[in-house]
Design a binder for this molecule. Sequence first.
Ligand SMILES: Nc1ncnc2c1ncn2[C@@H]1O[C@H](COP(=O)(O)OP(=O)(O)O)[C@@H](O)[C@H]1O
Ligand SMILES: [Mg+2]
Ligand SMILES: [Zn+2]
Length: 314
Amino acid sequence: MNCKVCLKEIEHAEFEGYHPKCLKRLFGSPRVVPFLDFDKNQFETQMIQKFSRRMSISGIQEKLSVRLEGKKIVPTDLGGTYILKPAPSKYPHICENEHVTMRIAALLGIETAECGLVSFNDGELAYITKRFDRDGETKIPQEDMAQILEKQQNQVGEQYKYEGSYEQVAKAILNATGKPGVVLRFYERLIFNYLIANGDYHLKNISLQHMEADGKYRQLTPLYNSVNTRIHILNESRDLALDDLFEDGTAFDFMEFALRIGAPKKAVEPIFKKIKTHKTDIENLINASYLTAEMKMKYLNELGGRYARLFERF
Ligand SMILES: Nc1ncnc2c1ncn2[C@@H]1O[C@H](COP(=O)(O)OP(=O)(O)O)[C@@H](O)[C@H]1O
Ligand SMILES: [Mg+2]
Ligand SMILES: [Zn+2]
């Protein structure tokens, strides 16, 4: 059995799907019980109504703010330290997808939200992530790119989160942080999301955090909400959520984009090299994941396609 936090094998049967050290890393103690005492149906019919009203985290998927009460994970409307995201019925196993995708990001050295899988009491898995916008009781200032670019919610609902280009995002990041290094980290995440076939890397899935005394943001938040959308949406029309800069999706396209956002070639090349050398490790992670066999195959196919497009001319 593989660990539902790190996806590496567990040799000791008594650990029921988690390395103690992985539980400690995610929950602060190896004794926290990663099994919920309610089921998916109760989550949908009771918990969401009761606890979600005051939740400051929004998004598409229904989610619940939770905290630790002793060894137990319990829903809460105030003081949540984790976010619990079960799969919507439209997208079965998207939790397992998000989890393995975040592991892949971490493997590539991208700073990633702490996360894992926990079980409802009917056995279904849910994605859980530790909030990175809290430092004890204090809220860490954080804004997403829709806020920073002042895109407003309008009649077309959530469409505003697609209204912008990655070039605009890069420039806004430079402006808001004053740091070319942060732009480079964004660039790396953009290629990553392309590689793992995330067609939903939109303005609300890119955020900055930590305000410095001079009013500039310090850094990107850890990566969150990266999933392989192709597994769930068969005829997705675009490879990336914003603009169409990367028609062929080759390394050449991304190199040209690097030029436009002022990222130097010698800073960008190691990113490609890292991705290139980790292909087998990424495939191993997908095989070690909790996705169904069919979904693993789809994931591997999409990944293979992206590798080919990125690297075949290099
Ligand atoms: N680990 C986290 N800590 C703090 N904020 C988070 C975390 N994960 C997500 N968020 C915030 O919550 C919002 C919704 O979460 P997300 O995972 O993107 O869900 P959805 O699938 O509904 O888009 C994000 O846009 C982000 O602002
Ligand atoms: Mg999101
Ligand atoms: Zn582990």
